[in-house]
Design a protein around this ligand. Structure first.
Ligand SMILES: [Zn+2]
Length: 219
């Protein structure tokens, strides 16, 4: 028993990690198979295999080339492409490339349109009269600037020590709104302009206060 054991020990010692790798040695001995590592694209966030189906394929490829030459070769070297495309004709290949170019142009146009739309979006702070003495402040449009409405409502609630909630858009409108109890329009405007807490990214020019008086009977 002694001999065999010794041999095993020696083998184990050879396999044991060197001192510089010792910090990971708390893990059990080497696994039979290395875990599968999925590499996600830094551009489109999908696993590398899916980049070609996205709308940023050219950028994805550029990114990978910079990031990891080895993987780039694996996916996009001439050999790899030839192997994958196999029997696809040149015609089909160029059709694929055109398709990609179209998709990319479309995505770029879309991103630009979204940016334009965002910059022309308004955040409306509405002062609403509920009764003669009671007002609520209704804020809409913050989500257009990527602000989490629930977090913003929470922030308003604690700032003003009052109730604040997110309500579903009223009929016709598509925006969810934040309703804060009390008239805090000016304070809210100031907070948005200063970008307090989660209220970041709204240009001051895009914020507006409007008044909504209670309708009188007969109106
Ligand atoms: Zn990608």
């Amino acid at each position: 028993m002694g001999k065999k054991n010794k041999a095993q020990q020696q083998q184990q010692q050879q396999q044991a990690p060197g001192p510089e790798e010792a910090e990971s040695s708390s893990a059990p001995a080497a696994e039979p198979r290395p875990p599968v590592i999925v590499v996600y694209c830094g551009v489109c966030d999908w696993p590398l295999e899916y980049c070609e189906f996205g709308s940023s394929f050219t950028k994805c490829k550029e990114w990978l080339k910079e990031e990891n030459q080895e993987l780039y070769e694996k996916y996009y070297s001439e050999d790899a492409l030839a192997a994958r495309l196999g029997t696809i004709s040149l015609e089909a290949q160029s059709a694929l490339e055109q398709d990609t170019a179209k998709k990319e142009a479309k995505a770029e146009a879309k991103a630009e349109a979204e940016m334009k739309k965002k910059m022309s979006s308004q955040v409306i702070i509405k002062r609403m009269e509920r009764t003669k003495r009671k007002h609520v402040t209704v804020i809409s449009g913050l989500d257009k600037f990527g602000i989490d409405l629930k977090k913003a409502a929470k922030q308003f609630a604690s700032k003003f020590a009052t109730g604040a909630s997110v309500t579903k858009a009223t009929a016709g409108a598509t925006d969810d709104e934040i309703v804060v109890q009390g008239d805090v329009c000016d304070e809210v405007l100031e907070m948005i302009e200063e970008g307090v807490g989660v209220l970041k990214g709204v240009p001051a020019d895009n914020v507006e206060i409007v008044e909504e008086k209670k309708k009188k009977a007969g109106e």
